[in-house]
Design a protein around this ligand. Structure first.
Ligand code: ZN
Length: 391
């Protein structure tokens, strides 16, 4: 089938480096691949809202139609937070088709129900994940983490991490879980066999440095974790689906480790503020996780050392700017030393030093328009980007 592929390039100039991101779309824009440069690959199969009439609603194999609400919006917050924290973007693969039309977390027969367009989209979704993982693994010496992100509707408001181990298996003792049998069942098989601290599977699932443990510390309760070692056998816990089983080291020939992540609704996906809060916590967690276990050389990306920082609470005023040549930062955000102002076409229009009382003095008045303000701490490498409007 003819493939409609469009590539768009967005380029941002910042701290002297040209950061670019390109997008690739599959047939009819059903599947989107936002190409990244981080060793992080994220997929979002169930947040889509496109409902083309020519693809009939699925009726084969007892289909589930539920949309994972606001997961694509959450994806964009995660992308922004990772960019601010590292100067690089993650790889993101999104299915824009409504789940009634296509379910990429099922095998192709059940997920596309024999429809040719849906099958094309299904193949593109999985091919994009393979491309993203291969690219990241080539650039980062096979140290890539994959997360398949969902939203769950279970009543207990906690994040469910699926490593392909069932709820009752997570109740097994550490000793039994650490046997080859369960290591080989898991989606982090390669990591268990080769990680910086020689942590066991049980430690990587629910030890002090497990992903769920780290995320729980930011007030996002997660299971499994040190805090909640197993979900119980009557909570409808999601242990991981087709995507996790086929794009992690559980599958033969796949190098990349990963897991499925099911986000609860309240406090994570429900408001823009909470999506931002979660994106910051996810960003700090994944950086800490990679630094702890993966022996990763981040270059050319550069994650912040100070993972206790919050990136998105910075207020600049007046904004919108009416007339004048200066802005002020809130008193809590004075750790930045320099600033740049970039037009939306990527041109740097101003730059300078931030004064001790948080004032940014511009060399030129801003013409009316939308700009990106980049704040930089030259000592720590920390940076922050926010939108500026001039009227
Ligand atoms: Zn889902």
């Amino acid at each position: 089938m003819f493939k409609n592929t469009a590539i768009f390039i967005i380029t941002l100039f910042y701290t002297g480096i040209t950061m670019s991101q390109s997008y690739e779309f599959g047939f009819n824009n059903y599947i989107e691949y936002q190409k990244g440069t981080l060793p992080i690959v994220l997929s979002f199969p169930h947040g889509g809202s496109m409902n083309p009439a020519k693809i009939p609603d699925r009726i084969c194999s007892d289909p589930v139609y539920a949309t994972d609400a606001y997961t694509i919006e959450t994806a964009m917050k995660i992308k922004a937070a990772l960019y601010v924290a590292t100067g690089c973007y993650p790889h993101i693969i999104i299915c824009h088709l409504d789940r009634a039309k296509l379910d990429c977390n099922r095998n192709i027969n059940e997920g596309a129900c024999g429809n040719a367009e849906a099958m094309t989209a299904w193949n593109e979704f999985h091919d994009f994940i393979n491309t993203a993982q291969n690219t990241a693994n080539q650039n980062f010496n096979n140290k890539t983490l994959f997360v398949d992100l969902h939203g769950h509707g279970n009543p207990v408001q906690r994040i469910e991490l699926g490593y392909l181990l069932y709820d009752h298996e997570l109740e097994l003792s550490d000793e039994i879980l650490n046997s080859d049998k369960y290591i080989n069942f898991s989606s982090i098989k390669n990591l268990v066999n080769d990680n910086v601290n020689n942590f066991t599977l049980a430690q990587l699932l629910r030890g002090p440095e497990a992903f769920g443990t780290l995320l729980s510390k930011y007030d996002f309760p997660s299971v499994p974790s040190q805090q909640i070692p197993y979900p119980g056998t009557s909570s409808n816990y999601f242990s991981g689906g087709y995507i996790t089983a086929n794009h992690t080291s559980y599958a033969s020939g796949v190098i990349t480790d990963g897991f499925q992540m099911e986000l609860n609704y309240n406090g994570i996906r429900d408001t823009e503020e909470n999506r931002t809060k979660f994106a910051n916590a996810f960003t700090k967690t994944i950086i800490k996780y990679l630094n702890t276990h993966f022996n990763l050389i981040w270059n050319p990306c550069s994650p912040l050392k100070a993972t206790g920082e919050t990136y998105f609470d910075i207020k600049v005023f007046p904004n919108p700017q009416k007339k004048g040549n200066s802005f002020f930062l809130e008193s809590t955000t004075k750790s930045f030393s320099h600033f740049k102002i970039i037009s939306i076409s990527g041109m740097e229009t101003d730059n300078g030093i931030i004064s001790y009382d948080g004032e940014l003095i511009l060399k030129n008045s801003l013409k009316p328009g939308i700009y990106i303000l980049v704040l930089i701490n030259f000592n720590t490498g920390e940076r922050y980007m926010t939108k500026l409007i001039s009227e």
